[in-house]
Design a protein around this ligand. Structure first.
Ligand SMILES: *Cc1c(COP(=O)(O)O)cnc(C)c1O
Length: 404
């Protein structure tokens, strides 16, 4: 009789988004005349920019003729895309990252879930709390997290680094030394970030303690402040301790198109074993390349026209973020994030739990958001609204909230 990977059985059900969907469905059924506005979504809504559509069409046409047809893509990505990434995302920002250190993929969710497999089974992971759930769940599946405690909502072998308004949403160095440290800045779900100096301190900490940092920079395009690093490689010494994960989903609307990349520097070594070589081996064995058509679309993200159009798209969402932030503040809420990220993290009023506030907002304002407690125990008492809706809906939602 076969056996199953028992680690999967340890995972608690993922109730957050299914519970939200059920509650919203029940409300709309009971109140068919009320128009519900959804500011809970973590997905973009604007269409792909014209420069990207043009690149897609052109690449599709190339597939129609034997002379220009492309089959399997190189495992690690086409040079035209890896060169564009190295040039625009790194060299132009003063980071010494070469095309060879870039691994093109189908997105940052898969990369952030897969990267753990090159590390030892006994490694201790550290995550911020609240957190993007993929980092923890992928390590649970690999058997690295110990047991789940339903009361504390914590795993016995995971090191949690609370991020709350008390510490300005900047994680403190944990008392136990982690092997793998997951950081995501600007952050989902809190919409907050840390300064370049604070990130440098994490790089120094990792180098000193022999830890590796897995740095998720999916929201890099939303950074508006000067003292925030766009890449961890802006920090001195990051090439010997950090892997960076990037995505085309939030900066260019590729959530349904699928494209991302991971940077593993040549200098990143454990003893004398190269992590770059290990990730190349893993990628070559388990991944057969991102589609040619999609990589051409990714290349267009870095064209002058593409860049200008995407700047506008990001500005559109950030105008929504500003509308939410200012609207909530005017209504007396304590609000965080929304300056370098398309997420607003608010403190629930009058000591309400995150779910109490969800029900209150749905029933009284017919607005849907995401309870902070769904992202980890330190998210209790907080609530996430996203800037990914339409401007009109965002304005309407805030008018309703202000009228409460
Ligand atoms: C949206 C998001 C990603 C990107 O995922 P893709 O698979 O590239 O669409 C990665 N990390 C975080 C924290 C995100 O919110």
């Amino acid at each position: 009789m076969y056996q199953l990977n028992e680690n999967y059985q340890k995972l608690p059900g993922s109730y957050l988004f299914s519970t939200i969907a059920k509650k919203v469905a029940a409300f709309t059924e009971a109140n068919p005349d009320k128009k519900v506005i959804r500011l809970g979504i973590g997905d973009v809504t604007q269409p792909l920019a014209p420069a990207i559509i043009e690149a897609l069409h052109k690449a599709v046409d190339e597939m129609a003729s034997a002379e220009t047809f492309r089959g399997y893509a190189p495992d690690l990505g086409y040079d035209f895309l890896r060169n564009a990434i190295a040039e625009h995302d790194y060299k132009a920002k003063g980071c010494d990252i070469s095309a060879d250190e870039i691994f093109v993929s189908d997105g940052a969710k898969s990369d952030s879930a897969n990267i753990q497999e090159i590390f030892g089974a006994d490694c201790r992971i550290a995550v911020t709390d609240p957190v993007y759930p993929v980092y923890v769940d992928s390590n649970v599946m690999a058997g690295r997290c110990g047991d789940y405690n339903y009361d504390t909502q914590m795993w016995s072998r995971v090191i949690y680094m609370p991020c709350t308004k008390e510490n300005g949403f900047a994680p403190a160095f944990p008392s136990e030394t982690p092997d793998m440290i997951y950081l995501c800045f600007p952050n989902n779900p809190t919409g907050t970030t840390i300064t370049k100096e604070q990130l440098q301190a994490w790089v120094d900490y990792a180098n000193k303690n022999g830890s590796v940092i897995l740095y998720d920079a999916a929201y890099e395009a939303y950074i508006s402040e000067d003292n925030v690093a766009h890449s961890i490689y802006e920090c001195e010494g990051a090439k010997t301790c950090a892997i960076e994960l990037r995505s085309f989903s939030k900066n260019a609307g590729f959530t349904g198109v699928r494209l991302g990349f991971t940077v593993v520097p040549e200098e990143l070594k454990c003893g004398d074993v190269s992590l770059h070589a290990m990730w190349a081996r893993r990628h070559g064995t388990k991944f057969n390349g991102a589609p040619y058509i999609v990589q051409r679309a990714g290349e267009a993200v870095y064209s002058e026209t593409g860049k200008a159009q995407l700047k506008e798209q990001v500005a559109y969402y950030m105008k929504n973020a500003n509308t939410i932030k200012n609207g909530l503040q005017a209504a007396g809420y304590e609000v965080f994030g929304g300056v370098n990220a398309p997420y607003i993290w608010l403190k629930t009023p009058d000591g309400m739990t995150s779910w109490d506030f969800f029900d209150y907002l749905l029933e009284k304002a017919n607005v849907v958001g995401t309870p902070g407690s769904g992202f980890g125990p330190s998210g209790e008492g907080y609530f996430r609204l996203t800037a990914f809706g339409s401007y009109e809906n965002t304005v309407a939602a805030l008018e309703r909230i202000q009228a409460l």
